[in-house]
Design a protein around this ligand. Structure first.
Ligand SMILES: NC(=O)c1ccc[n+]([C@@H]2O[C@H](COP(=O)([O-])OP(=O)(O)OC[C@H]3O[C@@H](n4cnc5c(N)ncnc54)[C@H](OP(=O)(O)O)[C@@H]3O)[C@@H](O)[C@H]2O)c1
Length: 337
């Protein structure tokens, strides 16, 4: 397969963390949605680096960190990139909140690096599910959110920074209510919060809360995750790539609607981390953040496209029978018990 022309990584915008560290304003996602093999994701990572990506979003639960690590090591060994030019993040899975160091050390080993640039708590609940499970699967030991328990996990995250294993720490799937508690008690503040963000789910309140505190929003499912696992689909879901405003802009630019989702995300101020194993799509997504910005009218039209349509509802992390998934998301500002 012919690899498309590389995008100059220096032309990719960056975001600056409160520490002063800078990271590329687009990353490659590596979750194969339970159906793309580790080897295919690994070769996608290598292609992405060849094309010009310098930011890779990993997680131990994606079950492909060894393949991703092999791709990174090969790219470094081949002289395509220096380790210091890459931003590599990973996440501790829900069943390792009590032993974060072991989880982090394993990710570091699997990824073949000496440190991670960022390490995130994947979900604020210690509730987990087996890979490939369906929407009704529940962990019998699942519990509601506990700030004390989360802070015990966060203290372990802070130790990793002190040991030099990770440069920064961050959160994922948090809410304003939970983050307010964390920032009040943390010794080391979160640098980023990874959250679902696309034109049909813009989370303006949380987004602005983060921006005001210099916590960078990282947007997952930026394209609406068309291949997401069955457990994350419900009949009321909508697809941002089918949105009329997204399609109008795509037509003007002569690109796929997915590319508009990525471009809008970067221009709005979050860091999108689109997944792709198709070199042409990877290249189009990377190029999108280097070309002329969307007009103010287009940005306004895309803001108006918000439908508050959360796709990754997280049902499998609930802790009571018959509980609504909204209990995970503190929509009225209260943490459900
Ligand atoms: N923190 C969390 O809890 C969490 C949750 C979900 C996801 N994530 C992270 O976010 C990443 C992205 O989310 P996601 O993978 O669910 O979904 P996504 O990035 O919204 O969508 C990926 C899909 O879009 C297609 N695509 C990508 N670029 C395209 C283009 N230019 N034109 C047409 N189609 C395109 C891909 O197909 P091709 O492969 O054919 O290009 C793939 O099927 C994950 O990989 C993971 O790293 C984190």
């Amino acid at each position: 397969m012919t690899v498309p022309s590389p995008v100059d990584p220096r032309s990719v915008p960056v975001r600056t963390l409160r520490s002063g560290a800078q990271l590329p304003a687009i990353g490659l996602g590596t979750f194969g949605s339970d159906h793309v093999s580790a080897d295919i994701v690994g070769s996608a990572v290598r292609t992405a680096i060849d094309i010009g990506y310098r930011h890779i979003d990993c997680a131990s639960v994606y079950d492909n960190e060894r393949a991703v690590g092999a791709a990174i090591s090969a790219a470094v060994a081949d002289g395509v990139v220096a380790r210091g030019e890459l931003w590599i993040s990973s996440k501790v899975w829900n069943d390792e909140h009590d032993d974060v160091a072991a989880a982090c050390e394993r990710s570091i080993r699997d990824l073949g690096v000496e440190h991670l640039d960022n390490y995130l708590v994947h979900w604020p609940f210690p509730n987990h599910h087996p890979p490939g499970c369906d929407i009704d699967e529940r962990n019998p030991n699942a519990v509601p959110y506990s700030h004390d328990r989360f802070m015990a996990t966060w203290a372990q995250m802070e130790s990793l920074v002190e040991r030099g294993l990770v440069r920064h720490v961050g959160t994922s799937n948090m809410t304003v209510a939970k983050l307010e508690l964390l920032v009040a008690d943390a010794h080391i503040q979160p640098t980023v919060n990874q959250m679902e963000l696309h034109p049909h789910f813009q989370q303006p309140e949380l987004f602005e809360w983060l921006q005001e505190r210099q916590i960078v929003p990282i947007g997952f499912c930026p394209i609406g995750s068309p291949q997401r696992p069955e457990r994350d689909t419900t009949p009321e879901d909508s697809a941002p790539t089918e949105d009329a405003a997204v399609r109008t802009v795509a037509e003007r630019l002569g690109v796929h609607p997915a590319v508009v989702c990525v471009k809008w995300a970067e221009q709005r101020g979050q860091i999108p981390i689109p997944f792709s194993t198709t070199p042409r799509n990877m290249a189009a997504n990377l190029e999108a953040v280097t070309t002329a910005p969307l007009t103010d009218d287009e940005m306004a039209m895309l803001t108006a496209a918000d439908r508050n349509c959360r796709l990754i509802k997280g049902q499998v992390f609930l802790w009571r029978d018959g509980q609504p998934w909204t209990d995970l998301w503190d929509e009225d500002g209260t943490i459900a018990g």
